[in-house]
Design a protein around this ligand. Structure first.
Ligand SMILES: *C/C=C(C)/C=C/C=C(C)/C=C/C1=C(C)CCCC1(C)C
Length: 272
């Protein structure tokens, strides 16, 4: 059956994609511009944020084009009679960006090399499994049980990721300084709240009877999730990297010595 959307429904999705493209583009520029304010030893997290929003920017440009190509405007309505809308762009995007986002959270903690490696390897494997298992369900018919089955399978690695973040990382968190600890703790809850949007959006076609409404709600929810989970998350990580840079007494080249810098560091810099 061909999906038919009202002008308002079609435009809501169209404008959401447009909003995401603008957000990713602005975040990309911003992360590049503020890079020098972060101490070199904390820049890896900013590099990862920059990659994430860059990859998402590219994919949203493609998603946007695919949405335009899928519909034609006939008699005041949008009829899906063009090329199939390519849901795959989202999943390819997640395959790249979700492991990078998890790595970002781990590297900003500055744990031992061995611990960092082990966390990144396990989180990456779980993230790839979660996304690969979700995809067959995403492209299955709305009313098929395949959607539920793949969704449940994909939730297993998702729960493992949450276990690592909340139970395993909890121990490492004890060793962080007060302000950083609070920020990292907040970051985990942001992940829980924003990543939780995805499985809900995924289930919408099974929950909402009206096919057009379900499709629009799903696309808009994924778009909101992506803006929160990528640019907003990147800003919070930037906050942590800046706090850590300040604690280390870092002064941006050509910048003013920071009042929070240790006196020793400041005098060293003045002598230099
Ligand atoms: C930037 C993109 C992000 C952070 C994407 C995150 C995606 C998820 C957490 C997806 C999870 C899913 C389930 C837990 C079950 C149903 C299938 C998925 C893939 C939507």
């Amino acid at each position: 059956m061909e999906l038919t959307l009202t002008e308002a429904q079609y435009n809501l999705v169209y404008n959401s994609f447009s909003f995401v493209i603008a957000s990713m583009g602005a975040a990309l520029l911003f992360f590049l511009l503020v890079r020098s304010r972060v101490a070199p030893q904390h820049r890896m997290a900013i590099t990862l944020s920059t990659l994430v929003v860059g990859i998402a920017l590219y994919h949203y440009v493609r998603v946007f084009g695919s949405w335009e190509d899928a519909f034609s405007y006939v008699g005041g309505e949008y009829v899906q009679d063009g090329k199939p809308f390519n849901e795959g762009y989202r999943y390819v995007d997640w395959l790249l960006t979700v492991p990078l986002l998890l790595a970002e959270l781990v590297v900003v903690l500055k744990l031992t090399k061995g611990k960092t490696r082990s966390l990144i390897v396990r989180l990456t494997i779980a993230a790839v499994a979660m996304i690969a298992l979700g995809y067959p369900g995403e492209i299955a018919a709305a009313d098929s049980s395949a959607r539920t089955v793949w969704g449940v399978l994909s939730t297993i690695p998702f729960l493992y990721i949450l276990y690592v973040l909340f139970v395993e990382l909890g121990k490492s968190l004890e060793r962080q300084s007060g302000s950083v600890k609070k920020l990292v703790d907040g970051l985990r809850y942001i992940i829980l709240a924003t990543w939780g949007i995805y499985p809900i959006a995924y289930m919408l076609p099974s929950l909402i009877d009206d096919e057009a409404n379900a499709e629009v709600a799903r696309q808009v929810m994924y778009s909101i999730g992506d803006v929160l989970a990528k640019p907003l998350f990147g800003l919070l990580v930037l906050g942590i990297a800046l706090a850590k840079s300040r604690e280390d007494g870092y002064v941006e080249p050509g910048g003013q010595p920071n009042s929070a810098a240790a006196p020793d560091d400041a005098s060293e810099l003045l002598e230099a």
